[in-house]
Design a protein around this ligand. Sequence first.
Ligand code: GLV
Ligand code: MG
Length: 369
Amino acid sequence: MRHTGSRIGAVSLRPMRPAKDFFAPLAVGAPAPLREIPARPSRAIHFFDPGNPKMAAKVPDMVGTVDVLLGNLEDAVKAENKEVSREGLVKIGQDVDFGPTQFWTRINSLDSPWVLDDLTTLVPAIGHKLDVIMVPKVQGAEDIHYVDRILAQLEAKAGLDRPILVHAILETARGVANIEEICGASPRMQGLSLGPADLAADRRMKTTRVGGGHPGYLVRQDPVDGDIEGPRTTYQQDLWHYTIARMVDACAMHGIYPYYGPFGDIADVVACEDQFRNAFLLGCVGAWSLHPKQIAIANKVFSPSVEDVRHARRVIAAMGDGTGAVMLDGKMEDDASVKQCKVMVALAEELAAIDPELKAQYDAISLED
Ligand code: GLV
Ligand code: MG
């Protein structure tokens, strides 16, 4: 009998690449995959349409004002403009010096007629500038394997000396069901973003705005004195909590990074900040920005506050070698809480290295009362 991997019912357990081959390049001459995904600040991933001359003209001035600039080729670009947008992206990639800002793109989906041309055009022309390729509508590990091999072939042909990383958008029910295998499918995997618009459509969810919720999704206080008609407080619940929490676990398990996706109601900066902050508190490192206003929101939310950094530094100082327990301001801190504090301080240091304003604020922190 031929071995095609074990099978349980209809579920096929695909054989993984053996450990010894996992970090081998997938094409002769392709750059070696990274062993660790660098924790580069990426609080806001700012989307622009490279085929829109007004937006394209603003890109050089945005360098240094946002952590990631992403040229979008997929949804929101009309079918008849796909080529113009791709050409615009090539021009921007060739002309702009991105300095400290990361340069990403979102290619068309793997079932579209445009994606192959996206990859075969972009990698030779601007592959040396592209940090990350975002792949939409990823359904399972097979989608990542497809992109992984093609990128290796194109990188080898173009003589690139570092691998382009891959970021998957989680926007189908099957993608969510396969989340762990997607994150672990390739050493190129840099992270995952929530794609709430497509995901809601795929799952038959009902939301009233992209990345937001629905006022009908709520919990209601129990009846007071058994009076079901009487006044009771209701609280709207977050429709995205489950998905974000799964993303955080899958990404942490694989050493890659989770991101909130878009928040479509640009004028509602308050709710946008709430959604982004919930994601930050659960473990996400950034979110998408669809308008320059949202860059400021993401930068604020995904940077630890001065008070949080001060607290973290105090705990680390009080904990000495990091073992045992101490009481600080009436609260118990121990080996586990000091680890949380170290994550916070490491993030603050990464951000201070690229953001002079934050550096000044963090440098001014005094540990004295
Ligand atoms: C993003 O691509 C989304 O579908 O929300
Ligand atoms: Mg989408």
